[in-house]
Unconditional design. Structure first.
Length: 319
C-alpha cells in the first residue's frame, strides 16, 4: 500500500461519522425525493405506487397554480433591494468611530436573535385591522390633516401595488392597493435591515483601505463621490454574495410567513412555492407530486445561480 493509501486508511475512521450522517440525512433523502418525483406516490393510496416518468413535471408546467405561486415568490423578492440598501446605510453609519457605536450595533442586531415565529405573531397583531397599532397610526396621521383615510386590511386583503389578481394570471384595477403580500414584504424588510447583511457590509467596510478614502478627500471629492467611486467598488464582492444568497433564500422561503400569518391566503395570494410543496405533501398527501415541485424549485434556483454567477460577478473580477 502506498503512503497516500495509508493516509486515507488512517483518516477514514475520523471521516466515517460525518460521511454516514451525510449519506443518511442528506444524500439519501435527495436521491429518494428524485425517485419519488417520478411516481404517483400518495399517502392516501400507499399500495398503488407506480412509475409515471415525467408526468408530474409536465403537469406542473401546465398547472396555473404553480405559476401563480411562482409569481408570489418573485413578488416577495421586491423587498430585497430595499433591505440591502438599508443594511448598507446602517453599516456606513455604524462604521464611524464614535462613542456608543457598539451599543447601537448590538441593539440593531438583537431582532436577529429572536425566534422567527415570535416575530411573525407580533407582526400579525400589529397588522390586525381592528386594534393593530399600524392601522391606527395610519388613520390618526391622516385625520390630523383632516383626511378620512381607512387603513388597508393588510393580511385580509388580496390587493397589491401592481394590481395582480389573486387567482388568475392578470391585472385588475380593483386590486391596486396594499394587502397581504405587501404586509409580508414590509415585515421582511424590518427583519432584514440590521441583520446579517448589515454585519457583512460592516465587515467589508472595515477592510476598505483608508489611504484610498483619504486620497479622494484630499483631491476634493465630496462624501457621496468618495462613497460612489471608492467605497462602493470595494464592496462589490460582498454585494455579489448578498444578492446571490438573498435571491436563493427568497426563492426557497416564504413558508414560515405564510404558515404562521396567513395560511397561504387570502385566496392564495401569499402562497409561495415552498408553501405549495408543504400543501401538496402534508395537506393533500401527494408526495410524488410535491417531490417534483421541489425539484422544479431546485432547477429554478440552479439556473438563477448559474446565470448570476456568469454575468453578475464581472464587477468583482478586477478586485
Amino acid at each position: 500500500m502506498t503512503a497516500r493509501g495509508r493516509q486515507w486508511l488512517e483518516a477514514l475512521p475520523f471521516l466515517l461519522p460525518n460521511l454516514i450522517g451525510f449519506l443518511i440525512f442528506t444524500a439519501g433523502p435527495v436521491v429518494f425525493s428524485a425517485a419519488a418525483s417520478l411516481t404517483n406516490w400518495s399517502l392516501t393510496k400507499p399500495g398503488s405506487v407506480s412509475f409515471v416518468g415525467l408526468a408530474n413535471y409536465a403537469d406542473i408546467l401546465t398547472n396555473k397554480s404553480f405559476w401563480l405561486y411562482f409569481i408570489n415568490t418573485g413578488y416577495f423578492l421586491l423587498g430585497m433591494p430595499i433591505s440591502i440598501a438599508g443594511s448598507l446605510w446602517l453599516a456606513v453609519l455604524l462604521n464611524r468611530k464614535m462613542a456608543g457605536i457598539p451599543v447601537f450595533r448590538t441593539i440593531l442586531y438583537l431582532p436577529s436573535f429572536t425566534s422567527g415565529v415570535a416575530i411573525m405573531i407580533l407582526w400579525k397583531a400589529l397588522y390586525n385591522p381592528n386594534y393593530g397599532p399600524i392601522g391606527i397610526a395610519i388613520e390618526q396621521t391622516f385625520a390630523f390633516f383632516g383626511l378620512d383615510v381607512q387603513s388597508p386590511n393588510w393580511l385580509l386583503s388580496t390587493q397589491n401595488i401592481f394590481g395582480l389578481t389573486p387567482e388568475k394570471l392578470g391585472f385588475s384595477a380593483s386590486q391596486f392597493g396594499l394587502g397581504a403580500r405587501d404586509a409580508l414584504i414590509f415585515m421582511g424588510i424590518w427583519t432584514a435591515i440590521g441583520g446579517n447583511t448589515m454585519l457583512l457590509y460592516l465587515a467589508a467596510l472595515t477592510n476598505v483601505p483608508e489611504e484610498l478614502t483619504e486620497a479622494a478627500q484630499l483631491d476634493g471629492a465630496a462624501k457621496w463621490a468618495v462613497f460612489r467611486n471608492v467605497t462602493w467598488p470595494q464592496l462589490a464582492p460582498t454585494t455579489f454574495f448578498v444578492v446571490i444568497m438573498g435571491v436563493i433564500g427568497g426563492l426557497q422561503g416564504g413558508f414560515e410567513q405564510a404558515r404562521v400569518m396567513t395560511a397561504g391566503g387570502p385566496a392564495g395570494s401569499t402562497t409561495t412555492i415552498a408553501y405549495y410543496i408543504y400543501s401538496k405533501a402534508f395537506e393533500e398527501f401527494q408526495m410524488g407530486y410535491a417531490s417534483a415541485i421541489a425539484w422544479m424549485l431546485f432547477g429554478i434556483v440552479a439556473v438563477w445561480t448559474a446565470v448570476y454567477w456568469r454575468f453578475g460577478n464581472r464587477e468583482t473580477s478586477y478586485l
